[in-house]
Design a protein around this ligand. Sequence first.
Ligand SMILES: [Zn+2]
Length: 198
Amino acid sequence: MVQILKYGNTNTYYIASGTKGLLVDTAWAGTLPAFFKEIKRKNIKVEDIGYLLITHYHPDHMGIAGELVELGVCLLVMDLQQDYVHSSDAIFAKDDRMPFKPISLERATVISCAESRAFLKKLGIDGEILATPGHSEDSVSVVLDEGIAIVGDLYPLDSVLAYQSEVLEQSWNALLSKGLQTVYYGHAKEFDVRGRRA
Ligand SMILES: [Zn+2]
């Protein structure tokens, strides 16, 4: 089951499972109190969150990741993202009133996309994590077997033609080949792929 948590300008998704759930993305730094209010409203305890995956390391998707790690959430980093984990630190460092904690990679779990299905299975989640570059080189998407994809800031399917980007087209083809029905974006409303095709 995918829940949408809204407490900032970025959608955070929570995939609940039998054991510990997977959180996908966070909002900007400084949103931790709002995050706590929102999970309380949704009946989620921070102890229930096993892992946090960031779709890409832009500041509006990882602002409270460092703080969540300190609270015991394990950061799940795809190997292709390793060089990007600190790419937004300088943006937050400019404002010293900003409550921002850089991520410590030492305590992160690093896996490859090829390993993701087996990894998610252990969490009770049927699906995989795909590399979906286009918006950024470190962009990944979570694809659930039930036909849901959480794609972060991947440019919408409708604009693929406008961008004329081969990378973007390949990312969407990879997603669509998984029998996608609904796409969840970082900022826009969810999108029904079947509706579009009908
Ligand atoms: Zn972005």
